[in-house]
Design a protein around this ligand. Structure first.
Ligand code: ADP
Ligand code: MG
Length: 332
């Protein structure tokens, strides 16, 4: 569903006073409903600032934010900051009452006017977040990941239309993180929730987001579907955010057999294959990094080192001479 007027920023700027000009500049965007939009960018690129502007925790210096055609008011203009139809979850789970049970942490946010409805809603939300088995546990005894689930359950209890997530999974271990990401996708699918998340973890944004917005120095430099941005980024910055890619100068690329016309050439680790069957083996395996389900090979020729992905475990060892076949590259 395409809807230009769900959540819209129109030329929004916010600068912080200080030695260096910082903040976000002239950002215009349309957040589509009922899907996951991820905002990525290096540290200090303005991700949190943009999220706070969309929520109404910050007032823009210029420009406006609209939710369903109505202007979002900043903290100076509204008694309780933050739009009523939105909820935000960050890394800190300060909102939790550590002395209360998980159940009560969620239930306390719901009105007492209909006790049966309150009970049902609490139960439903705990199930959605897969923490119903923890209902009677005191929040104090939960792991970081479990606390984060309770924080999200609390945010969803009152059925917000938009959930804003500011790097909430940072403190959560990888194994736990993936389950939480899947559950959030499921909730979006089942309930039509709109999620806007900030992250700098490529694996997370690529697997979770329907739409990616790339921020650099406070400006949106590109946006699109994760697969499209990954396969065909318009900026070297984007490629670097999304993958651990090889960046070569034009001269270095020439030594790899690439006749480039731009200054920089990017080769993703999966775009080049080693082979030992060729007669011309002018690369040498410098390191083999075991990654569980694959290996990263560092191969060298002269001053050039390339990182390659190899899914045939134990095929190559340090010191092996190989031929490298480059299947795809990008120029910037
Ligand atoms: P990100 O979330 O991408 O790391 P932020 O939006 O937090 O970036 O910050 C963007 C820039 O604005 C950074 O350079 C940061 O130091 C600066 N900044 C953020 N908040 C403030 C503030 N309250 N006062 C001054 N500078 C700030
Ligand atoms: Mg931030």
């Amino acid at each position: 569903m395409s809807d230009a007027s769900f959540l819209q920023a129109l030329s929004v700027s916010k600068t912080y006073p200080g030695e260096r000009v910082a903040g976000v500049k002239q950002i215009s965007l349309n957040i589509q409903p009922q899907q996951i939009t991820a905002i990525i960018g290096e540290s200090g690129s303005g991700k949190s600032t943009l999220l706070r502007l969309l929520y109404g925790l910050l007032s823009p210096d210029e420009g406006r934010v609209y939710f369903k055609g109505e202007r979002i008011w900043g903290p100076e203009e509204k008694l309780i900051p933050g739009h009523d139809a939105m909820k935000m979850v960050t890394q800190d789970t300060d909102g939790l009452n550590l002395f209360a049970k998980v159940w009560d942490n969620v239930a306390v946010l719901l009105p007492n006017t209909d006790v049966a409805a309150k009970r049902q809603r609490t139960e439903d939300v705990l199930r959605q977040l897969n923490i119903h088995k923890l209902a009677d546990k005191q929040a104090f005894f939960l792991s970081g990941g479990e606390k984060q689930r309770v924080a999200i359950a609390r945010a969803l209890a009152t059925r917000p239309e938009v959930l804003l997530l500011d790097e909430p999974f940072n403190q959560v271990d990888t194994s736990f993180r993936e389950g939480l990401q899947q559950d959030i996708r499921q909730i979006v699918h089942d309930t039509g929730l709109t999620v806007i998340m900030v992250s700098h973890d490529p694996a997370e944004v690529l697997s979770m987001a329907d739409e990616l917005i790339v921020l650099k120095d406070g400006e949106v430099i590109e946006a699109g579907h994760p697969k499209a941005l990954y396969q065909n980024p318009q900026n070297l910055y984007t490629a670097r955010l999304l993958t651990n890619c090889n960046v070569l100068t034009r001269e270095e690329a020439a030594q790899c057999g690439i006749d480039a016309s731009s200054a920089e050439v990017v080769i993703y680790p999966e775009w080049a294959n080693p082979t030992s069957s060729w007669t011309r083996k002018d690369w040498m395996v410098k390191q083999v990094l075991f990654k569980g389900n694959h290996e990263d090979l560092l191969v060298t020729k002269g001053d050039i080192t390339l990182r390659l992905l190899n899914d045939e475990a134990d095929r190559y060892k340090v010191g092996d001479k190989v031929h490298i076949k480059i299947n795809k590259y990008l120029e910037f």
